[in-house]
Ligand binder design. Structure first.
Ligand SMILES: [Zn+2]
Ligand SMILES: [Zn+2]
Length: 331
């Protein structure tokens, strides 16, 4: 079968590899759509420490179950599924505290073991979630990032009526904006430098979309969520939080990045600063919520696996934020 193989940092492409067979408790999924995200860029360049090489990447994917391993009762052959990539051990202290995203032996399909940028991938049956009727493959492959947005929303403890600023109008920002709006935010403002992305933010239900240079009002949002991971954006974003409010670090900053904060301001203004890492028990909810959100608008036109190198090199450059590669798509 054809698959993307990152042989070592910086060396990757479409390769012919042995198709996987499902082990005990596993199924083989024929991949129909697989999204790329910033983590894939880091994996391609050797900047994601947990990844071993060679590796077939791809952790945002959906497809059809085509083979069942021993002992698998569900999902059935032919089921359309999205796959939760999380591989938590279930036994460590974090897992026993229901914090599988912080598992001491954390792994993920497409990050630490073979993923969905391939014609087929073998995955634990328990990680498969049957899709609702009528949802498209592109939207189905957005369920994984949506599950991350749901965990972020959970961590933010939004109160109905809160005002929200989401910093960054990429895939994650626009998913988080929709989730927070649904959760009862009275007004969601997306702060994004690109005008096409600001227009998209309005299309998917934001109440306002402003450029950073238009200086969103300081100290006026109950919740400010960073979806850029950029230290300069985060530093300014902290200043947008109203007294008593919350700052959510949702975007992935470079590991060595540092941002100056005023401990006095955190004290005097009763600020809460929270982080949100990946997915924790939010995948099923994302499956149920997906058909009710504006997801198709986020999808760039599908490309085949051959477009991987180009997609990695130009990551984030398109007007539609989410690039997906489909093994069956033609370039
Ligand atoms: Zn991702
Ligand atoms: Zn664990």
């Amino acid at each position: 079968m054809r698959a993307i193989v990152v042989e070592q940092p910086g060396t990757y492409g479409v390769r012919e590899v042995e198709p996987p067979r499902p082990g005990t408790g596993e199924v083989t999924v024929e991949v129909r759509a697989c999204g790329l995200c910033g983590t894939d860029v880091h994996i391609a360049h050797g900047e994601f420490p947990p990844s071993p090489y060679p590796l077939i990447p791809g952790h945002e994917f959906a497809g059809v179950v085509v083979e069942l391993g021993a002992g698998v009762a569900a999902p059935e052959l032919g089921a359309r599924v999205a796959v939760d990539p999380t591989l938590a051990c279930g036994r460590c202290g974090a897992c026993r505290d229901r914090r599988g995203n912080l598992c001491e032996h954390w792994g993920a399909i497409g990050d630490t073991v073979a993923g969905g940028l391939a014609e087929r991938v073998a995955v634990p049956a328990a990680n498969c979630h049957v899709l609702p009727e009528g949802i498209g493959w592109g939207e189905a492959a957005l369920i994984e990032p949506l599950a991350c947005a749901l965990w972020g929303a959970h961590r933010a403890h939004l109160r109905p009526g809160d005002t929200v600023a989401v910093l960054g109008g990429g895939t994650m920002g626009l998913l988080l904006a929709q989730v927070l709006r649904r959760q009862g935010a009275s007004r969601v403002t997306v702060v994004e430098p690109r005008s096409d992305r600001r227009a998209l933010a309005m299309e998917i239900g934001a109440d306002a979309a402003v450029a950073p240079e238009d200086e969103p009002p300081i100290a006026s949002f109950d919740l400010v969520a960073d979806a850029t991971g950029r230290p300069d954006v985060i530093e300014r974003g902290l200043g947008l939080v109203r007294r008593g409010g919350t700052f959510l670090q949702f975007g992935v900053a470079p590991q060595g990045a540092r941002v100056p904060i005023s401990p006095y301001a955190v004290y005097f203004n009763d600020l809460t600063i929270v982080g949100s890492m990946a997915i924790n028990g939010t995948f099923s909810a994302a499956v149920r919520l997906a058909p009710t959100l504006s997801l198709a608008q986020l999808l760039a036109p599908a490309k085949g696996l051959e477009a991987y190198a180009q997609a990695i090199a130009g990551f984030g450059g398109g007007a539609k934020p989410k690039q997906q590669l489909w093994p069956g798509a033609t370039d």
